[in-house]
Design a binder for this molecule. Structure first.
Ligand code: NI
Length: 397
């Protein structure tokens, strides 16, 4: 079964929703207008329950399937419920696409395609609410604050999973560089944990011409920056994956003053809990001992932000099979190489088994988080059909 006809026919209409969202982007948890737009549509589609304000500004809607002949449960077993999830937030980037539907909010844009994710899941929700060709329940979830705010965790903490009895979770993200009409996924870790490190090197500031009377945090910071590079190159097994990138260095105001302190910040990415533990432990040790050797102190803060995104083997097989039904088996890479980017759907996959999949945004697409990026409307029927068929297959009558 290729792309569903009704979804192909609705492409322009759904693209209109997508462009409306693109023109009116909102940040983090402040997705008030987007959430209201989503909730109003879900009610109009006839979803059974629409809940707003979950995890501050998240929206979730329940769609009950036809449980078999006569609308009764097909057997005495418990009703199964799966969640399909999209994200709604934009990024603090000044858009440069120059398109007609470009952002009307200066400095804010949908540069990660969450406008497309929301529109595709809305299209699927309408189809599922009309046809209801599944046994069990589907919950469509629209979360705020994917971009660094852990909106998925906020919705879980607010009782999303228990409230609807959700047993499985599924997510999707567009992928620039992958042709439209292609899918990519893998069983096991598919995206990395994303942690933040902050190092504050404190010495004794003073006159730059009298360094012997100071404890120079600039020289110490330089040593620390180089020394932490040995964690990945010397401590991590070469066949494992880890990234340590220091991306911020702040210190000093003028040429003749040795400053009191220097701050360093960056990110750590890993694909396994053991590697995450190892890198954190080695970083703390290298930072502290390098600082001590140079007569300064270093405050090391390690913040575990997003966990590893881990796909369940059985659900990944199901997702690959559904994707292959939509676009053909030759266009589904079911053993893609993991991505070292982070994604807060990880929190949902920690709580329930499920699968996160990538859908092609085109080979010409600008990269995610680039000011020239735009979601590819040609991908709408593909992604929406995947959602519908995934629900119908996972909850086959
Ligand atoms: Ni994103």
């Amino acid at each position: 079964m290729p792309v569903l006809n009704t979804l192909a026919d609705a492409k322009e209409e759904v693209a209109g929703w997508r462009r409306h969202l693109h023109a009116h982007p909102e940040l983090m948890y402040e997705v008030h207008a987007t959430a209201a737009y989503v909730a109003q549509k879900l009610r109009a589609f006839g979803c059974d329950t629409v809940v707003e304000g979950l995890g501050r500004t998240g929206v979730a809607a329940l769609i009950r399937g036809h449980h078999g002949q006569g609308g009764e449960p097909a057997d005495d077993g418990p009703v199964r419920t799966i969640a399909l999830r999209a994200d709604m937030d934009a990024l603090p980037i000044l858009e440069t696409t120059g398109k007609e539907h470009a952002s009307t909010v200066p400095g804010v844009m949908h540069a990660c395609g969450h406008d497309g994710h929301t529109a595709m899941l809305l299209a699927a929700a309408r189809h599922l609410a009309e046809t209801r060709s599944f046994a069990g329940n589907v919950v469509v979830v629209f979360q705020p604050a994917e971009e660094g705010g852990a909106g998925a965790k906020a919705m879980i903490d607010d009782g999303l999973l228990e409230r609807f009895g959700i047993g499985e979770v599924y997510g999707m993200h567009n992928y620039p560089g992958l042709p439209v009409g292609h899918f990519a996924l893998r069983s096991g870790p598919i995206m990395a944990s994303a942690d933040r490190i902050t190092i504050t090197v404190t010495g004794v500031g003073g006159h730059a011409a009298r360094p012997h009377l100071c404890a120079d945090p600039v020289v110490a910071a330089a040593h620390i920056i180089l020394a932490v590079q040995t964690v990945v190159s010397r401590n991590v097994d070469p066949l494992e994956s880890a990234v340590v990138s220091l991306t911020m260095v702040h210190g000093g105001e003028t040429d003749n003053v040795i400053p009191q302190s220097v701050s360093i910040g960056g990110t750590v990415r890993t694909l396994k809990p053991q590697m995450r533990d190892l890198v954190e432990e080695r970083l703390a040790h290298v930072v502290a001992t390098t600082a001590a050797a140079l007569g300064v102190t270093a405050q090391f803060d390690y913040s575990r932000d997003y966990p590893v995104v881990v796909n369940d083997a059985g659900r990944a097989r199901l997702a690959a099979q559904v994707a292959a039904e939509i676009v053909g088996p030759g266009r589904v890479d079911a053993e893609m190489v993991p991505v070292m980017g982070g994604e807060d759907f990880a929190f949902m996959l920690e709580a329930r088994p499920g699968c996160f999949i990538f859908t092609g945004n085109g080979e010409d697409s600008a990269n995610l988080h680039n000011p020239d990026y735009d979601f590819n409307d040609e991908a709408i029927p593909v992604g929406a059909s995947y959602w519908v068929r995934l629900a119908e297959t996972a909850l086959a009558r």
